[in-house]
Structure formats: C-alpha cells, structure tokens
Design a protein around this ligand. Sequence first.
Ligand SMILES: [Fe+2]
Length: 193
Amino acid sequence: MDKDKNKPLELLKEVNNRFVTACIFHREQRDLFCFLAMNGFEEWHNFQYVSESREQLLVKKFIIEHYVVAPQDEIPESANVLAPLIGTKRRTKLKSDQRWSIVKQSWESYLRWEKDTLAVYSSVAKELFDFGDIVAYNFISEIVGDVNEEIAEVTNTLLDMIGYDWDLSQISAVQDTIAEMRIFMLRELYKNY
Ligand SMILES: [Fe+2]
C-alpha cells in the first residue's frame, strides 16, 4: 500500500536521474566536438547542456514542492560518449577517416539517446496519468514535448549530413552558422530567465 502511494515520487526520481545523465551526455558531446574543432556542434551541445541542466533543477524543484522530499541525484561516472569514441587519442594524430567515423557515430548515438529518453518519459507520463497524479502528468508532458522537439532537430541535422554524404568539408562549412544560431538560443534562454 505504502509502496503504491510513493509511485509518482519514484517515477519523478527516475526522470530526475535521467536528466542528470542527460546533462553529462551533452557535456561529453560538447567536449567531443571541442576536441574535433567543430564549433557548431560544440555550441549545439553547450546549449543543450545549459538548457537541460536548468530543466533538471526544475524537475528537482517540482519533486521538493510536490512531494516534500529532496532525493539525492544519482550521478553516473560518465555517459560513455568520450571514452569509446576517442579514448586517449591526440587530436593531431587523428586521421580524416577516424574523424569522419567519430562524427557519424556520435550523431547516431545522439538520436538513439533522445529516442530512448522519449520512451522513458512517455512511459512515466502514462503511469502518472493512470495513477491519477494529473499535476505531475502535465509537468512531464511538457518535458515530453521538449524531447520531441529535440528529436526533430537532431533528425533534420542528421538528414542534412546524410544529404552531404557525411562529407566532412561540407559538414565543417556549416559549423559557423550552427554556432551562431546556438549562441543566439543561449542568449534568449538567459534573457527569458
Ligand atoms: Fe538532449
């Protein structure tokens, strides 16, 4: 009985902990593209890191105010992005086919990560609805909408890169435009704070 009563709190804790890992995921992706000297993708993930860090704090605030407890974050050692892709390689020693493969794998893993995240949050939203916690359901539904938007952006960018046939010179040529857009989005985020 008690366990069932705590179900919405347990679901929200699951969302909070996924957000913690999401922030580490974007930070590692940001570091990866900094390493590859691709400023557009670096700023992309920098924006997501900042934006999702803020959202995670809002999730935590919701938990504290709605369930009157402050659970500790479960912080993973890493999001497993950097280590498998670059290990201890030096940028100066990277061959162009290695660079190409790292960019492709990282974007494919990004789409996978967001799709898995959507599945987790959607299932949490459904369970909250079934449980009857409509306030929490509405809160998580907004987050589900944000993840859907991010998936659309990632898919569009992936389609662009497939359109370039993953040609690194074309991908490098759009980096400044992407960086400009993401820096603008970051400034807007703070403006509306
Ligand atoms: Fe994300």
